[in-house]
Write a protein that binds this ligand. Sequence first.
Ligand SMILES: N[C@@H](CCC[C@H](N)C(=O)O)C(=O)O
Length: 282
Amino acid sequence: MEFTKMHGLGNSYIYINLFKEHLPEERLAETAVWLADPNRGIGSDGMILIGPSTSCAIKMRIFNNDGSEAKNCGNGLRCVAKYSYEHGLVHEKAFSIETLGGPVFATVEVDEEGRVGAVAINMGQPRLTRQAIPMIGEGDKPVVGEKLEANGETVQVTAVSMGNPHAVMFVEQIEKAPVESLGPVIEKHSAFPDWVNAEWVEVVSETELHFRVWERGSGITQACGTGACAAVVASVLNGYAKQGVPVTVHLLGGDLTIVWQENGDVLMRGPAEYICTGNVFL
Ligand SMILES: N[C@@H](CCC[C@H](N)C(=O)O)C(=O)O
C-alpha cells in the first residue's frame, strides 16, 4: 500500500490516498496503530485517509495512534489540502473538505512552481454547549472556567468543540503546565463521556498565546490545530483575547495564526509539509 507521511508543525500522520488504495473498514483501527508504531510500522501520531466525498470536494478521516477515530484534525486538514491540490485531486485553490465533524473550507497559497506553502482553513463555528462537547452537567451555557477535580487537584476548564472535544486550562507559565501528569487524567475524566483533548495555555497578550497539548488517543504531540483554535475561542470566552482579532499561537512545533471571526467562524492559517512517501506491506 502506498503511503505519504506529512506533518503540520511536527504533528505527523500517515496519509493514504483512497482514490488509489483500498483499506477494509474493519482493518482501519489496527492499521492506524501499526503504521504509527515507530519500531514495527512507520511512526506517526496516527493515520489520515483522503477519499472521495458526496457533499464536498474531498473527504478526510483521522485515526489517532491508539486506533480511535476522531472527527476533526486541524493540522491534518492543512496537509490534506496541500496533498489534494498538488496531486490533482482538486483543481481549485479554495475547496471544501468533509470531516465527521462537519464540512470545512480550505484555501491553499500556491507559489510559482505550483507548490502549496501555507494553508488557511475555515474551521466553521465552535460548538460550546455541554451536549455538543460532550460534557456532563446541566444547562446549555458555555462551560467557562468550570472547576474539575483531577488527581487530587482542582483545575478550571473551558470546554470547546471544534468538531472534536477540547478542555482548555490557563496557566501562568507554560513550562510548568502539567501536561504529562494531568494530561492522561483529564483525557479520560468522567466529565467527558467521549474523552477529551487537554490543552494548557499561557496568555502573553491579546494577540499571543503559548500552548501545550495532551491529545486524546495520541498523548503529547508537537501541535494540535483544532486545539489551538479551541485555545483562541477559550481565550475570548475568558476575556483574554478579542473576537475578530488574529492571535499567534506558539505550539511546540511552531506557530499558527488563528482568528475567531466576528461572523462566528474560526480561521486557522499555517504550514503543511511532506516527509516521505513509500510502500508498506499490509
Ligand atoms: N492533532 C489534531 C487532532 C487529532 C484528533 C484528536 N486527538 C482527537 O481525538 O480529537 C489536530 O491538529 O487538530
